[in-house]
Design a protein around this ligand. Structure first.
Ligand code: PGA
Ligand code: ZN
Length: 426
């Protein structure tokens, strides 16, 4: 007998930066409940699904999400009541159709995603399956085994995530040489702690930004974190490039000037063309153990991306984030332009679980790495993204090394590792 949705109820909760976000509780007719919440970014791409905000300046500076919650509690609740959860994709499709816009701006991507994830959780619980197993089964994902995602930890952050740090947004440790996930997490965290000592020795402060990474003021250049990171890895007892490599997410849309078509690096007092940016990255790749480069250029600089990929795609993974926004259409365009060989996956960029899995599938058909990511600004304690990453055998999860909403993800990943080692054929 099929299990049906009895109700979906949304409410505002607080995200990690103290502004509201949406949490949804889905109840099935067998009494099983699933709850999920959605994050948001501070350097969100222009092509992401719409995050519906109230815009009422008298509440949370316009950032309330009562409208999104009301859309769940009225229109979406009415549409989904009585729907069987076995046909999960249909539930997402019903919401997409009900919204009727290409970027979910009528009901809000935040409203729709909260329901999609809460129903998924309830459906998994109803089947007594771990969420990651349920995702695999539900979407017919077939892999030879479980291959857990490795940590990609943000350890220095700047751009929109901090004041007076680098122009480039994120510098990360990608841990790939460890014998287990728990060890990989330890190696990453110990190198992050080691970086703190390196920064202090240099007289730099170790205050943290949005994602729990250090955001020192007074760094001399956008390149300077790279040498500090190599030193930190070495001092922690690991081999740069062998055990732990460097990943970069400049989030270049944020410092691209559309009028002059240049990338403004304030630290260096320079404006670089797209070609000069590519030259800069090539130089860094020669000097440092760089594994991946995400959003090295702006989200609509397609010709620049094609040039970038040609120049470095043979030696590093070129990741689209703002470029591709977890959207099949944008990933298709990136394939056609030969712009990337890896995709950042953020559930709220597209707004349903089904569409997220479609994007992963498309990328994997082309041999692209999958990096499932947290959001910079408003994260929640919900580790849903980790179950997605495990379900799709993603190569990495990109998550900050500290703060409760970030470590919740690593803690979930380590719990899954333990669970799977007890039941490897789950
Ligand atoms: P966000 O940035 O603040 O938009 O989530 C994170 C990223 O660019 O990866
Ligand atoms: Zn990014």
């Amino acid at each position: 007998m099929s299990v049906k949705i009895r109700s979906v109820v949304a409410r505002e909760i607080l995200a990690s930066d103290g502004s509201p976000t949406v949490e949804c509780r889905a109840t099935l007719d067998n009494g099983i409940i699933g709850t999920a919440s959605v994050p948001y970014g501070v350097s969100a791409g222009a092509h992401e699904a719409c995050m519906l905000l109230d815009g009422n300046r008298n509440r949370y500076n316009g950032k309330g999400m009562q409208k999104a919650c009301a859309n769940v509690n009225s229109q979406i609740a009415k549409k989904l009541a009585g729907q069987p959860v076995e046909n999960f994709s249909k539930i997402d499709q019903l919401m997409i159709t009900l919204d009727g816009t290409p970027n979910k701006k009528r009901l809000g991507g935040n409203a729709i995603l909260s329901v999609s994830l809460a129903v998924a959780r309830a459906a998994a619980a109803s089947k007594k399956l771990p969420l990651y197993t349920w995702i695999r089964k539900t979407f017919g994902l077939k892999y030879p085994s479980w291959s857990l995602p490795k940590p990609m930890m943000v350890v220095i952050e700047g751009g929109k995530h901090a004041d007076d740090s680098t122009d480039m947004q994120e510098f990360l440790f990608s841990v790939h040489g460890a014998p287990s996930i728990a060890e990989a997490v330890r190696w990453g965290e110990e190198s992050y702690q080691s970086l703190k000592r390196v920064l202090k020795t240099q007289g730099l402060n170790t205050n943290v930004g949005n994602e729990g990474a250090y955001a020192p003021s007074g760094l001399s250049s956008n390149e300077s974190p790279l040498a500090l990171m190599v030193e930190a890895i070495t001092k922690a007892g690991f081999r740069p490039g062998r055990d732990i490599s460097i990943s970069l997410d400049p989030a270049a849309s944020e410092f691209y000037d559309k009028h002059s078509h240049t990338y403004i690096l304030k630290r260096e007092g320079k404006g670089l063309t797209s070609a000069q940016m590519v030259g800069l990255y090539q130089e860094w790749i020669r000097k440092y153990p760089i594994l991946t480069l995400e959003d090295g250029l702006a989200e609509d600089d397609w010709d620049g991306w094609a040039h970038l990929y040609k120049a470095i795609g043979g030696s590093v993974r070129v990741i689209g984030d703002d470029l591709t926004v977890t959207n099949v259409l944008r990933v298709k365009k990136a394939i056609q332009k030969k712009a990337i060989n890896a995709v950042l996956i953020k559930l709220n960029q597209i707004g349903t679980l089904s569409e997220t899995i479609d994007t992963v599938r498309l990328g994997q058909q082309h041999g692209f790495w999958q990096v499932v990511s947290h959001r910079g600004g408003g994260e929640t304690n919900d580790p849903f993204l980790v179950d997605v990453a495990v379900a799709v055998n993603a190569e990495y999860i990109k998550v900050g090394p500290a703060r409760g909403e970030r470590v919740a993800k690593y803690n979930r990943l380590m719990a899954i590792e333990q669970e799977l080692s007890a039941r490897p054929h789950a």
